[in-house]
Design a protein around this ligand. Sequence first.
Ligand SMILES: NC(=O)c1ccc[n+]([C@@H]2O[C@H](COP(=O)([O-])OP(=O)(O)OC[C@H]3O[C@@H](n4cnc5c(N)ncnc54)[C@H](OP(=O)(O)O)[C@@H]3O)[C@@H](O)[C@H]2O)c1
Length: 238
Amino acid sequence: MMKKQSILIIGSDKGLGLGLTEAYLEKGWNVFATHLPDADTSPLFALKEAYPDSLTTGEVDVTEESHIGPLIARCSERRFDIIFMVAGIYGPLHQSLLQASDAEFQQIMMTNAFGPARLARYLLPFLACEGTLVFMSSHRASIGGNTEPGIGLDLYRASKVALNMLARCIYMDMKPGEHTVLSIHPGWAATAMGTLDGAVEAEIEVKTSVNGMVDVIELHRNDKEHLFLDYENNIWPW
Ligand SMILES: NC(=O)c1ccc[n+]([C@@H]2O[C@H](COP(=O)([O-])OP(=O)(O)OC[C@H]3O[C@@H](n4cnc5c(N)ncnc54)[C@H](OP(=O)(O)O)[C@@H]3O)[C@@H](O)[C@H]2O)c1
């Protein structure tokens, strides 16, 4: 019998992380899904009732160094075919370099860049041979793609650019041909973040984004490169 494939999803209690958790469970994978300690876990635990043998849950705040050890201890016997760093925040609504406080900039950089990259680095020993590490990026991280005046999003863009670079640094530290690293833009999806908590309309549903990402990851799992692409398999300029 073929071994069940497995994925670790960091940030899975709602939005795209929850959608990815459900999609991989439906595909018959083992899923280790993490959430913040104080998250509303009811949707995740409903999935656990439906898939008691395939879904494991754990807690981690990517900004907390002290959470790394306990998570690693729970991973020690596991090898993941995919590790997907999903967690992220939009940051302050103003998004402005002029208005941002030191604390606002620190929080978005910690949550979207340093936190997930550091945790991913610690989790590498648990990535299976030829496994794939995926970071949830955004097309807003594309410096080449930032040609629209007046859109702003300074803080969010900066944090995801930093995440892309840290992903590249992790990739460059790997043995050539060992793993694939993907920085993926999920599309503008109807989540709490994508709709700014219901204030704006997103372009696509969570399912469209998730199904697209699952297919794109499958297509590129053996590329042994670091790619910046989106849920429709378009390559984005760095
Ligand atoms: N939706 C879009 O249109 C869009 C577009 C481009 C990129 N993205 C990226 O996609 C990812 C998922 O976003 P989403 O749209 O699904 O938003 P979401 O519904 O707001 O979900 C964000 C997830 O990240 C978790 N999280 C936040 N801070 C965390 C921390 N310090 N440690 C661990 N987990 C943390 C949240 O936990 P709580 O629920 O407990 O707060 C939640 O599970 C993000 O990285 C986002 O930047 C989204």
